[in-house]
Design a protein around this ligand. Sequence first.
Ligand code: CA
Ligand code: CA
Ligand code: CU
Length: 367
Amino acid sequence: MTGHPCCAPARAAGAEPPGAGRPDAGASDAGAPDAGAPGAGASGAGAAGAGSAARAVPPGGEPRGRAPAPPPPPRSGRARGPGGHPIAQAHVPGGRFLMGDAFGEGYPADGELPVHPVRLDAFTIDATPVTNDAFAAFAAATGHVTEAERAGHSAVFALHLSAQPEDVLAVFPGTPWWVDVRGADWRHPHGPLGSLDGRGDHPVVQVTRADAEAYCAWAGRRLPTEAEWEYAARGGAASLRYPWGDELTPGGEHRCNIWQGTFPVENTEEDGWSATSPVGAFPAGGYGLHDTAGNVWEWCADWFDPGYYARSPEYDPRGPRTGTVAVTRGGSYLCHDSYCNRYRTAARSGNTPHSAAANCGFRTVTA
Ligand SMILES: [Ca+2]
Ligand SMILES: [Ca+2]
Ligand SMILES: [Cu+2]
C-alpha cells in the first residue's frame, strides 16, 4: 500500500501480504507530518495494539479463517441486469489538456509532475461513483462475493467503527486510525454492527479493484484510465486546483466531502458528512461529474508509477505495462489539508489492487 497516512490503511483487507504495496511507502510515510500520530487511543480500538496487528495476517499473508478462493467469473460479460448500471452518465468530448499539478503542491513521491499534454478521444463516464444500490443489483445478478467478504475482515476508520471490541483484529501499523475489523465488507462498511440502511445512494466502498472490474464486466464497461479520470474531472477548464476553481470553499461554501476539524480525532462535519455522502450531494464540474474531489477514492485502470508522467505518451496514456500498485484518484472524506491534500484534481494515489477500505470505491467508463 502507499503508506498515505490518512486516506488508506497501510495494508490490504486481508488479501495482500505485508509489504506488497508501493516500494516508496516508507518515504511517503516519513514525509507526512501526521504519520505516527496517536489515533488508536482516541478511536475506541485501544484494546488492539501493535502486537495484535502483527498477528492479523501471519507471515506469508494468509488471512485468518478459510483461504479465499478465486473470484467467480461474471455470469455474462456483457449482460446487464434489469436496470443494470443505473448510474447517470456524463459525456466527455475528445480533446487535449494539461495533466499534472500546475501549482507544485503535490507530494513529490506521488509523481504529479511534470505537467504534460494529453490527448484523448471522446468517452462517456459515470457522473458519480457507483452506488451501493447499483453494486447490490450487480451482486444479486451475478452472485459476486467481494474479496473482503471472502477474507472476512477489512479496513475501517477507527472513528466510524461499528463493531464489538472483539471484532477489531488489529490496528494498522503506522496508521493507527485504521483498524482491521472482522465482518467489515461492502454491506457493512464500518463493521458488522452497521448496515447500508439509508445509504443506497452513497458510493459503494470496501471493494477491491478486482471487485470493481467484476462489476464493470457485468455492466459492459471498464475502469477509467488515470488520464481519462483527470481529464473528465477537470471539466474542460484550464489547470485549476479543484473542479470548480482554485479556492477550496468559495464564499465559505463547501464544494466537496472531505474532513474538517482535527485529524484523526475530531471531524466537525462542516460539509455535512463524517463518512460517505450521497453521490451528487455536491455540485458537478464542467462535464457533469460529481464527487471527483473527496467522498471516496476511485480505482483507475492504470498501474501506479511516480515516474510515469516523464515518459507517458501524449495520446491516450494507459499507465506502465506492469506494476504492483493500482492508481486511485480523487481523495476521500478523510482528506484534510493538514496532512493529505489529495482532493486536488491533479492528486494521485494508489493501493494494492486486492485492497479494500471504507473510503475507496470506483466509477466506470464506456468500454
Ligand atoms: Ca466531510
Ligand atoms: Ca472522489
Ligand atoms: Cu487524503
